[in-house]
Design a protein around this ligand. Structure first.
Ligand SMILES: O=C(O)[C@H](O)[C@@H](O)[C@H](O)[C@H](O)COP(=O)(O)O
Length: 266
């Protein structure tokens, strides 16, 4: 059961958001490296890779704490579309174009866990999901059997309908209890075929951060944070399941009029 409330951080502009997101991600990195020598994270699509690149490709202050050690990173996808890796809808391609291809050589190269392209044409993306789950198992359950993988960090976006990963409002996938990775055949947002981490995997992560910016997010954030009514929107279920392990990185227009139980300090 989750303890505490999510932390809200709201910034006046994208530069400040990126600066604070950098510190947060590098704190997660440093603590993961001291625990087990690698940094295992999952990232989403949407605007997240661009914001993340702005944060991580900024000039370091030179201290070890402020230095991304990309050669120790394992990057997974919180969700992925069943399209070729060079397709314009691919989250792999987005992350590569925005961030990975721009990392200076001296900072090292992360290991990127992409979907298996051999199965992108399958009618049913279940095999794609199963293979991705096997990849997670090799990484998280190689030595011990574990019920759920413990990502060091999961970075999420929040759609205008409250979806996160490829977990959409009211969908049966929200009730998945056992699978780590699930297949979606009829996503309400194109493309229809996708794979996604499941809710138990997301809430089991050590740290979870949402990045949501712009006035277009205001109405859905009011619903997500409406504690009196309670919300069953996927992003709200992450808040409820993971409590104070969750941090929201927003800008002022996105939270205009939203009442948060807890404003975080960084
Ligand atoms: O697969 C998708 O449907 C999108 O990638 C989606 O999940 C996105 O992450 C959110 O809609 C937030 O998008 P923004 O960060 O661009 O607002």
């Amino acid at each position: 059961m989750a303890t505490g409330h999510p932390n809200l951080h709201s910034f006046p502009n994208s530069d400040e958001l990126a600066t604070q997101l950098r510190s947060y991600v590098l704190r997660c990195q440093n603590s993961a490296l001291s625990r087990h020598g690698t940094f295992r994270l999952a990232v989403s699509g949407g605007s997240l890779p661009t914001v993340l690149a702005k944060a991580l490709l900024a000039t370091s202050n030179g201290s070890p704490e402020d230095t991304p050690q990309f050669s120790k990173w394992h990057i997974f996808f919180a969700d992925e579309r069943a399209v070729p890796l060079n397709h314009e809808d691919s989250n792999y391609r987005l992350l590569n174009d925005e961030l990975v291809s721009k990392i200076p050589t001296e900072l090292g190269t992360p290991i990127i866990h992409a979907i298996d392209e051999k199965h992108i044409g399958d009618d049913d993306p279940q095999e794609l999901a199963d293979l991705y789950q096997e990849d997670l198992m090799r990484e998280f359950a190689a030595k011990d059997s574990v019920k759920l993988p413990a990502f060091d960090l999961i970075l999420l976006g929040c759609g205008p309908d409250g979806h996160t990963c490829s977990l959409f409002p009211g969908h049966a996938l929200l009730r998945e209890k056992d699978a780590w990775v699930a297949a979606e055949t009829n996503s309400p947002k194109p493309p229809p075929k996708r794979i996604t981490l499941t809710l138990p995997v997301v809430t089991h992560a050590i740290s979870i951060a949402f990045v949501a910016t712009g006035g277009g997010k205001k109405e859905i954030l009011k619903q997500i944070f409406d504690l009196e009514e309670g919300s069953s929107l996927p992003s709200a279920l992450v808040n409820q399941g993971a409590g104070d392990k969750v941090s929201w990185f927003t800008d002022h227009p996105a939270v205009d009029g939203v009442s948060f139980p807890r404003r975080g300090s960084l």
